[in-house]
Design a protein around this ligand. Structure first.
Ligand code: F0G
Length: 351
């Protein structure tokens, strides 16, 4: 009867909670760290995938949301609001239900995956589709939380970062030390900020002997940090990271520079290639944005930037079921057969 208790109970002494904080949890975290055999072969390294799609609402957002909703509840909030490309809203909606709170979500019209919209709907969120992009949604959400009785649970809320840093703790706890390189997709840049904070804390306390180099990857059509300027009309098939003005931009630069890392871009084509490779060769089905980390690692390896023998962790941030259109698109239609073994065997190529 030793069930994982969720990140607040598992890492209580490293999080800003007290004995009186009401813990709102779906037992998030404790996600699999899966050895990636094909990626290891291709890079000559020891590559692991941190499979965050295994969280209760199917993305890493749950780590931050258990903190944000617990703290909002502690402070007496009755309603929460967020801007989202889909996963934050799904998570906020679910945790608000657990807390007995109302959730409001602002999403860019027509640019969030169906599975994520379904999650917000089924959890009873009040949804507004904004005639604008994610950056516009975040501006609106900040304004509303400044002027109305509703708590902001985007990653600009520092307790979100506190919760998300626990993924770095889990990796070190599992591997016995920090990896040499940590690779992840970058959108609003909260997660790279959070991992870097987690790795630094463990190194400062001697639990890890070093910190990894942080490698972040943006989608080419939405790569403001790579370009060094705001992207006014961001585009990418990876809708989760379709963001032109990341809120944690400066923290992402700090993570890159302090760690001796890099922030680069990958094209949609490279993202989809990595997405298919993960599913068809590693058995791990992720959403397109999540594949940006692996696409980035493969790109760096092809450019000769990955020395063999290193230990590398790629975070794959969200579950493939959230956005299955890309799995179905371009795949051959399944063949229909009668209830007849001979025909089925023939069609399966067994004879
Ligand atoms: N991967 C997925 C699946 C995401 O949903 C996000 C962000 C990221 C990567 C990027 O993480 O923003 O911390 O750099 N999704 C946010 C949302 C923006 O609203 O769900 P980041």
């Amino acid at each position: 009867t030793h069930q994982w208790r969720g990140i607040i109970e598992e890492y209580r002494d490293r999080l800003p909670v007290s004995d009186t904080t009401p813990v709102v949890t779906l037992r998030e975290g404790g996600t699999p760290l899966v050895p990636a055999q094909v990626l290891s072969e291709r890079t000559g390294c020891e590559v692991h995938l941190k499979v965050e799609g295994a969280n209760p609402t199917g993305s890493f957002k749950d780590r931050g949301m258990t903190m944000a909703i617990s703290k909002a509840k502690e402070e007496g909030a009755q309603a929460v609001i967020c801007a989202s490309t889909g996963n934050t809203s799904a998570s906020a909606a679910a945790y608000a239900v657990r807390a007995g709170m109302v959730s409001a979500v602002l999403v860019p019209q027509g640019k969030i995956a169906l599975g994520k919209m379904g999650q917000a709907l089924v959890h009873g969120a009040k949804i507004l589709q904004v005639d604008g992009n994610f950056d516009d949604c975040l501006t609106l959400a900040r304004g509303l939380s400044d002027n109305y009785p509703v708590a902001l649970v985007n990653s600009v809320n520092p307790v979100r970062i506190e919760g998300q840093k626990t993924a770095a703790f889990e990796i070190v706890d599992m591997l016995g030390d920090a990896p040499d390189i940590h690779v992840l997709p970058v959108g609003n840049a909260g997660n790279i900020t959070a991992y870097w904070k987690g790795y630094k804390e463990y190194a400062a306390d001697g639990i890890a002997t070093h910190t990894p180099r942080m490698w972040g990857f943006q989608a080419s059509g939405s790569a403001p940090i790579v370009r060094g300027e705001v992207v006014k009309d961001p585009s990418t098939i990876a809708t989760a990271i379709r963001i032109g003005n990341p809120a944690s931009w400066d923290y992402a630069l700090a993570a890159r520079d302090e760690s001796g890392g890099a922030i680069d871009e990958v094209t949609d084509r490279e993202i989809l290639r990595a997405y298919r490779l993960l599913a068809s060769q590693e058995g791990v089905f992720v959403e397109p944005a999540s594949a940006a980390s692996v696409a980035g690692l493969l790109k760096a390896a092809e450019q000769g930037k990955v020395d063999p023998g290193q230990r590398i962790v790629c975070t794959v941030t969200g579950n493939g079921l959230k956005d299955p259109d890309w799995a179905v698109a371009g795949a051959p239609q399944p063949v229909t057969v009668p209830v007849d073994a001979a025909t089925a065997a023939e069609r399966l190529g067994l004879v």
